[in-house]
Structures are given as C-alpha cells and as structure tokens.
Design a protein. Structure first.
Length: 254
C-alpha cells in the first residue's frame, strides 16, 4: 500500500472501496477500452486480474480524482506474454522462477498531463517493482497509434519489445498494440528478439523513406513534364496567334 503524501496540492494515495464511481468515470473518459464493472469493483477491493493483489496509485486534487495507476505482479511463466524474462546477470534462467509487474491502466486528466504527475505515479510503480527481488521487469501494452503514451514510456526508460496484432477490439475494430518493457533487478529478455525487432523497425523506416523519396521524385518528374508540355502549348498558341494577326515571325518559327 502507498502511504499518502502531498505535492503541490496533489494528494497521492491508494484505491479504496468508495472509489468505484470516480475510477470508472475517469477510465471511460481517458481510455478507449471499456472494462466491465467487475474490473472496477475488484480493483477497489484491492484485486487485479485472477484475484491477484493489486498495486494502485490514485491522485486527488481538491478532493477530486485526477489520476490513476493500477498494476499487479504476475508469474512470468504464467502470464499471456511469454519469454519476457530470459536472462539474469547474463545467465539463462527459467522465467517461471520470476515475476513481472504488469501495468493494467494509467491515466491522468488532460489539464494535468505534462506536469510530472504521471511520471511520479510511474516512478512509484517502478520502485515497488524493484523492491520485489523476484521481479524481473515492469511492462504494459499501448495501442499502436498512441504517440503521446509511446513517448512517455520511452522517456521513462521503457523499450518496445514486440508488436501484438489485433490485441485490442474497440467498437468491433481490431487494433494492434506495442509491448513496452523496463527490465529491473539485473534481468533481461531475448537479445535475439530485440535485435529482430529493431531490425524490423529499421527496415520499416528505410522502406518508408525510400517510398517517400520515390513518390516525391516521380511527382517532380511528372510536374516537370506537365510544365514542359504547358510551355510547348503556350508557344504553339502564341505562334498561331501571331500568324493570324499577320505579324512577322522569326525565321526559325516560319
């Protein structure tokens, strides 16, 4: 549990039984994914997925809930995302001997974004994860087009470990997600997987840049051809007009 402390009018604390309505309303305002009431009921009772103990941070300003972070420990060998913990101190390990801390949700009101509040919540979570000697990583999923969240987690030391196709279903539409992870307590993932992922990112970037250059080059060529054609028509029309008006033409145009 997190002990309350105050920072410039912001009061940090943990979820309680009376926070259901505020927690649900703030989630639905800030996040595209909709959760069942049971999710909020269990969270306010201190439970996460599969009735695991929940770690929570909520922030209040003037008595109103303005931010939240919900996370939980899971055994690395039992969570849906496998092969997250591969080595410790560069030695291969059995991931079922380690935990990972999974961030279920994190959000704050738009007017308090980029004020350091979300970073403060995330750091409290990271400290809690590091304090568990069996925890090898803290990780989360982020929808692929949430650039602000991607920058936020990257800035705080997380890296993209893999891409998950059709991870979210929102309004009956499938959305991909990135898995962002921060390794702790001398643990690490698959260096080969990270290498392939980074190679893929580099390849995608090169392909995008090449296509962009090719498209702009073709557009430039077509514009030049169109301009030359237009100039040719203008010259031809001018010559015909001069002939019709009985003007003397230069010898090369006769």
């Amino acid at each position: 549990m997190l002990g309350d402390h105050t920072s410039t009018e912001l009061v940090f604390g943990a979820l309680g039984p009376g926070d259901f309505e505020e927690l649900k309303a703030l989630h639905e305002r800030l996040l595209p994914v909709r959760y069942a009431d049971k999710f909020y009921e269990e969270a306010c009772s201190g439970y996460g997925l599969r009735k695991a103990p929940l770690y929570s941070v909520i922030v209040r300003k003037g008595g109103e809930m303005v931010g939240f972070l919900l996370a939980q420990f899971m055994n690395a060998g039992e969570c849906e995302d496998r092969d997250l913990i591969v080595t410790k101190n560069d030695q291969s390990v059995d991931e079922s001997d380690y935990d990972v801390m999974y961030i279920l949700t994190l959000g704050c009101k738009p007017e308090l974004q980029r004020t350091g509040m979300a970073t403060a919540m995330l750091r409290l979570c990271i400290e809690h994860g590091k304090a568990n000697p069996q925890c090898g990583a803290i990780y989360l999923h982020v929808i692929h087009d949430n650039d602000a969240a991607i920058k936020f987690y990257s800035k705080n030391g997380f890296s993209c470990e893999r891409t998950l196709s059709a991870f979210y279903i929102i309004d009956q539409e499938a959305w991909s997600a990135y898995l962002y992870i921060l390794y702790v307590n001398d643990c690490n993932g698959s260096s080969l997987r990270q290498l392939f992922y980074r190679a893929g990112v580099i390849t995608d970037t090169l392909v995008t840049a090449t296509l962009s250059w090719f498209t702009s080059t073709i557009a430039g060529i077509m514009a030049s051809v169109a301009k030359a054609s237009t100039n040719s028509r203008i010259n031809a029309h001018s010559t015909d007009r001069d002939r019709l008006q009985g003007r003397q033409l230069p010898e090369e145009e006769v």
